[in-house]
Design a protein around this ligand. Sequence first.
Ligand code: AMP
Ligand code: GLY
Length: 416
Amino acid sequence: MKVLVVGRGGREHSVVEHVNKSDLVTEIYAAPGNAGMERHATCVPIDEMDIEGLVKFAKETEIDLTIVGPENPLNAGIADAFIAEGLRIFAPTKAAALLEGSKDFAKKFMVKYGIPTAAFRTFTDPEEAKAYVKAKGAPIVIKADGLAEGKGVTVAETVEQALDAIDYLMVEGAFSGAGKKVVIEEYLEGREFSLIAFVHERNVFPMLPARDHKRAYDNDEGPNTGGMGVFAPVPDISQEIIDYATENILQKAADGLMEEGRPFTGVLYAGLMQTESGPKVIEFNTRFGDPETQVVLPLLENDLVQVILDVMDGKDPQLKWKDEACVGVVVASKGYPREYEKGKLIPQGELKENTFIIEAGTKRTDAGLVSNGGRILLVGGIGKTLQEAREKAYDYLTIFDGNDDFFYRKDIAKFS
Ligand code: AMP
Ligand code: GLY
């Protein structure tokens, strides 16, 4: 089979690595891809939003299966365009991807189908939004309705912060108007985890739970980022909680989307808060998580491509998970998520067994591998226990110590 992976980040590099392990696959293409993917895939310079260009490439190259990483092309209808041309794509249609594309749609959908989530209200008028915040008090959560590169959420600790967020989104029109409409949500207290599933219509097959560390610095301090580290599975999330969330959140979402005439095919991601009254949805994404994918796929025993084909054919892929743990630590450019420089030489170490690297913001030059983004790469470790896995990752990371161009968190998956 010829497989095309759409995207350019760590998540897509991880997908390429696992597609590469499949016996079914002879050729892998990535569009536009990154330096890390070049080892296994032919990177073609087509932007992930150039849907026409991607369809044309897939037809000409006779791609058998396309897997999409990022949310923007999903919301722009990449799956619809491929399906219209008879091309096989593992991705939700634009109608189904609205579950991530509009928080207002997602919240109303959850209420309609009895999916537990934070209480909320939607506003299109900033003055009404502000009056509501003043009446409710802090902490309170302000969310842009539309896609905002993961930056549309403010967890406001004070009313002042909440009002500023409303101004930023609704009055200043940040994120190209994605925040003209805002969802204001009850603050949920608890432990966060991500539960991600392969889904086709009413069939839901969950992966192992993962937990992402979103703050830039140790002890969850500093600004929010796209993720500084991640681990799977999550020791404080029991099988009972996972079963409950699968049945009452993921399954209800898949069934609800069928009822709405928006059948879902692809990866459905539930960002959850384990509260005193059980798991509640923080957000739905309609794609693989980044960086969760980088630690979940290494624990999958099955052939990823076979899993996708089975799921799309309405079969049970019989997922099997290794009885191991995986920890991923992100190395970022100094200054990220604010200002940072690119083009810095990335130190290279020797990868020992059960240690791996997934690249995101990298570029190959004559001088060697250099940084080309905020988050450079993820160092992963696999072990019998979380502790063993984290030692593997941190053992490699010592090559970055004393290097002023990069930083990484020292407390990923630390439980004591
Ligand atoms: P999101 O961009 O939707 O992933 O949200 C970013 C982060 O904000 C989440 O990972 C949570 O840590 C936090 N968050 C979002 N909604 C809530 C909420 N209702 N209560 C508490 N924290 C939240
Ligand atoms: N890890 C959060 C996300 O993929 O959106």
